[in-house]
Design a protein around this ligand. Structure first.
Ligand code: DGT
Ligand code: CA
Ligand code: CA
Ligand code: ZN
Length: 577
């Protein structure tokens, strides 16, 4: 209560008092017994005598002990009925910002904040002293806070893991270091960060790891393994090995466990022994330095980490039928990008320039359509005005000699009965159209299937965006007859989206694999709402690889003209030609 009072005084902009209450809260926390026990035994003077607690706060504590509250606490809570501690615990959200949030949007709880972030991010970014970065940061802290107890989305963890890896690589004695475990396999969520290090000085490594600024607790510190808790809200395992064993150790600690077990069993059937030190025949080490050598000694091609789930990859490797996976960096365009026309934080031109700088040659601007009133969805007339702006942006870029194209798309809402919230005439004017489920998530599977099939049969629906509408850790995927939906997609030429936004990562790897087997065309999109999100596309590639997708199955690996020609709306024209 003292701490909350301090935070609310800070929200109110009152000087000095916040620090006083913070100090008092710290003094109470430092007591070896509950403060009210001390009060009952020794009276109010004993509280007053504590360092950091003055006369008036001692009186408040006495009130708490006798009545359960004190007047200032009640007044302030009435003025700011906000979950102050929970909200200000988020990284990047202090009392001053919280006040703005409360006054502008009525944010009182984490749930309220999530709603605002989801539906009004551009308005948030426009608050005085805020910006796109603030909003992006807040979104990440919130996602982390909500999932600290579970697994975290890969995309929110990977940048930190890579930064820590760079720090480790710079430690004296370190010869090689790599991220292993589920992150190396690019699994959509991660349980912890595993880092493998070949070093000549394991003690120095352990010292340096526990001294990292991200470390909040040390579980174990040793020359072979150091395990810590990070402020990110998950653990990190760092293992030190000898350089000669690099490949065997990397193979082992990349996993998955199921892949390891299957591989070891297969090795045994060939008369070998496989462990984290190498592949052995009797006492003789046959291979250990690289993963490639180990797979080769077992008569199979290298199996990329994304496939190592014991989902048939060892059989495929032995049978010579491993797919050639879509390579990283293969995307030429991004099929789902938002702008300030709805809930994005940047203008169409800014998104286009950022995409160009990141190496893309086209994007589709796909702002929301009208039923999504919360995001200021576009109606037919707004789409016409947006088309004007896109023409202007394209002309400007062309004049500057930039070979980049902004396509005009839309993220159209699928209504409950499977119809769309925008007219056919308006859709016909667009370059490409994606449909998204943003409501009625829990329809019975038969109804959900019918709803999706309705959209898939629509001649102007090119893509099904984020097909299951799940939000990792927050919303379960919708359920539908996957077989029927994918069969219809393949027959009509409707593409299935891999939305690479970290907490969507939708479709899942297993769905992608089913889609590829059925001959469904895919696209990878970032669902970018800010320029920085465009970088998520490599995570989308990772997900496609985990779904065994070859490059040919992904439409936006094509240059813009070929991409357009392969969209459903243009296929009949293409076939006739
Ligand atoms: P996570 O952390 O839940 O996202 O998933 P992983 O796969 O990173 O699992 P983790 O961190 O427990 O272990 C990292 C890798 O180390 C794991 O993928 C395989 C290997 N490994 C760990 N313990 C064992 C074990 O008891 N047997 C085998 N075969 N491999 C293990
Ligand atoms: Ca792990
Ligand atoms: Ca681990
Ligand atoms: Zn959407």
């Amino acid at each position: 209560m003292l701490e909350e009072t301090g935070l609310r005084y800070e929200m109110a902009g009152v000087p000095f008092k916040p620090r006083a209450y913070e100090r008092a809260a710290a003094a109470v926390r430092a007591l070896p017994e509950p403060v009210c026990e001390r009060y009952r035994r020794e009276g109010q003077e004993a509280l007053d005598a504590l360092p950091g607690i003055g006369e008036s706060i001692a009186q408040h504590i006495a009130d708490i002990c006798t009545r359960g509250t004190f007047p200032e606490f009640d007044e302030l809570r009435k003025r700011f009925p906000v979950a102050v501690r929970e909200l200000t615990a988020l990284e990047g959200l202090g009392p001053k910002r919280l006040r703005l949030l409360y006054e502008a949007f009525g944010v009182k709880t984490l749930e309220d904040l999530r709603n605002v972030l989801e539906h009004k991010p551009h308005k948030l970014a426009g608050l005085p002293g805020w910006g796109e970065k603030t909003v992006a940061h807040l979104r990440e802290s919130l996602a982390l806070a909500q999932q600290t107890r579970g697994r975290l989305p890969l995309g929110f963890i990977l940048p930190s893991a890579e930064r820590i890896l760079q720090t480790i690589l710079a430690i004296r004695g370190v010869r090689r270091a790599a991220i292993a475990g589920s992150i190396r396999r690019r699994k959509e969520t991660v349980g912890d960060i595993d880092i493998l290090v070949a070093t000549t000085d394991p003690e120095r490594l352990a010292e340096a790891v526990v001294a990292l600024p991200e470390v909040v607790h040390v579980h174990q510190k040793g020359s072979a393994r150091t395990s810590v808790r990070l402020s990110l809200g998950l653990d990190m395992d760092v293992r030190a090995i000898e350089e000669e064993r690099w490949g065997a150790a990397l193979l082992y600690f990349t996993g998955s466990r199921a892949h390891n077990i299957h591989l070891r069993t297969y090795a045994e059937s060939m008369g070998y022994k496989l462990n984290e030190y190498g592949l052995f025949q009797g006492k003789r080490c046959v291979a250990a330095e690289t993963e490639e050598e180990i797979y080769a000694a077992l008569h199979m091609p290298y199996i990329p980490p994304e496939l190592r789930e014991d989902a048939g990859e060892i059989e495929a490797a032995l049978g010579g039928t491993l797919p050639t996976l879509v390579p990283y960096g293969a995307l030429q365009g991004d099929c789902q990008v938002h702008s300030t026309w709805t809930d994005g934080t940047a203008s169409i031109e800014a998104m286009a320039r950022a995409a160009w700088e990141s190496g893309l040659s086209y994007i589709a601007i796909t702002d929301h359509t009208r039923a999504l009133a919360m995001t200021g969805g576009l109606d037919e007339r707004a789409l016409d005005r947006q088309a004007e702006e896109i023409r202007r942006v394209n002309a400007t870029l062309q004049k500057e000699g930039i070979a980049f194209r902004v396509l005009h798309g839309a993220e159209v809402n699928l209504l409950k009965d499977g119809s769309l919230d925008i007219s056919r005439e308006a859709l016909a004017k667009l370059d490409c159209v994606g449909v998204g489920v943003h409501s009625h998530f829990s329809l019975p599977p038969e109804e959900q299937t019918k709803r999706l099939l309705h959209a898939i049969e629509h001649p102007l629906v090119d893509i099904i965006f984020h097909p299951t509408a799940r939000l990792i850790g927050r919303r379960d995927p919708i359920t539908f007859d996957v077989d029927a939906v994918f069969t219809a997609c393949a027959r009509t030429g409707t593409a299935l989206d891999i939305d690479a936004f970290p907490d969507r990562m939708d479709a899942s790897d297993t769905l992608i694999r089913q889609a590829v087997e059925k001959g469904v065309r895919l696209v990878v999109s970032t669902d970018a709402h800010a320029p920085s999100h465009l970088a998520y596309r490599e995570l989308g590639i990772a997900q496609a690889r985990r779904g065994w997708a070859p490059k040919e199955s992904i439409l936006n690996t094509l240059p813009v003209d070929a991409f357009l020609a392969h969209l459903k709306r243009n296929r009949s024209r293409r076939n006739a030609r």
